[in-house]
Write a protein that binds this ligand. Structure first.
Ligand code: MN
Length: 338
């Protein structure tokens, strides 16, 4: 086995707090009809190993990390975070979750790091919480679970959030949820709305909308993080650039200073979460460079041993393996080198 002595930082590792579970249970109990995120929450709220593992931060989690040589989890409040609640509830729960995160990190500073939550439902208060999370709580970045009530961060009403992220040097992890109400229709019949395909399309479109809306011309230092080997956007960049160039006048597009692929390479970092697959990794290294890829497991939804064994043995250089296992995460999430 190669790479066994490397520090391993896993960057998309989920947790929950009981108050999030309780608030979600009220929402689920009062919901009629089919909503793909509500359907999944019904499963997550029932007694099962995933439910227990989300709530556990210091016992079984650390044991599984030890058994598999994982040094650190970068924690994030599990999808859909606080984004399905009203603005007041969502803001209060994000604050509480961030406080809990800071407390548990203080008890295990070499084992746990964390990216904070905010409620996009109230952009002004979200911006304040981002500043508090990064400066007072010293969290490592922030997370959003794609759309909020069908709206995307490409919409200028959310740009105070992006301004706060850039000002506080907080990378934003855009974590998946199911496609928004305007997009979900054709996914339902064959149940493609979850991780099988819906998540990656929803989240990839979110990132591409931000690029095409000129977000990164307005906020050139903003970094976003995409899981699941870049939510497929990297593999499409040639055609995106080509079609942007030949249709920008005809379609009256927002004029960009650079090509879409330039923003993807300069403002986006991807992770391997849930994609323990060497062909996709090798293509991503070629397209984006090994400086823009970080290791992730997607605990507790996917298996730690599979992810670690795969990247230990993936056919890449030892230099690239070190970047992906820990060096890039140390840079992007302000984690002290070991
Ligand atoms: Mn995940």
């Amino acid at each position: 086995m190669t790479g066994t002595k490397l520090r391993r930082i896993a960057t998309e590792e989920a947790f929950a707090i009981p108050e999030q579970m309780d608030t979600m249970r009220k929402l689920v109990d009062n919901y009629s009809g089919y909503d793909p995120d509500v359907a999944l929450w019904k499963v997550m709220l029932s007694p099962n190993p995933v439910h227990q593992r989300l709530l556990d931060l210091e016992d079984e989690r650390l044991k599984i990390m030890d058994e598999n040589g994982v040094d650190m989890h970068v924690l994030s409040l599990t999808s859909t975070g606080v984004q399905m609640f009203d603005a007041d509830t969502g803001t209060a729960l994000a604050t509480l979750a961030n406080d809990r995160l800071a407390e548990v990190i203080a008890r295990h500073p070499t084992r746990l790091a964390g990216i904070g939550s905010f409620a996009p439902q109230d952009p002004a208060r979200a911006a304040k919480e981002i500043e508090r999370a990064m400066t007072e709580l010293k969290l490592n970045g922030m997370v959003v679970n794609s759309h909020t009530n069908g709206e995307y961060l490409s919409d200028q009403k959310f740009w105070p959030i992006l301004e706060a992220l850039e000002a506080n040097d907080a990378a934003l992890y855009i974590h998946p949820r199911s496609p928004s109400p305007g997009m979900i229709g054709p996914f339902i019949d064959e149940h493609l709305e979850h991780a099988i395909m819906g998540y990656t399309m929803e989240t990839g479109i979110h990132a591409l909308k931000m690029i095409m809306a000129g977000v990164f011309d307005r906020f050139p230092k903003l970094k976003i993080v995409l899981g699941h080997m870049g939510e497929n956007i990297g593999f499409h960049l040639y055609r995106t650039d080509y079609m942007y160039t030949v249709t920008k006048d005809m379609m009256n597009r927002v004029p960009l200073k650079k090509l879409p692929s330039d923003y993807f390479k300069e403002n986006v970092v991807i992770t391997t979460s849930g994609v323990n697959w060497s062909p996709a990794l090798k293509a991503s290294i070629e397209i984006l460079s090994a400086d823009n890829i970080m290791f992730a497991i997607d605990y507790p939804y996917q298996e730690t041993d599979e992810a670690v064994d795969w990247l230990n043995n993936a056919p890449i250089s030892e230099e690239d393996r070190a970047k992906i296992f820990h060096k890039n995460a140390e840079r992007v999430f302000h984690i002290k080198p070991a």
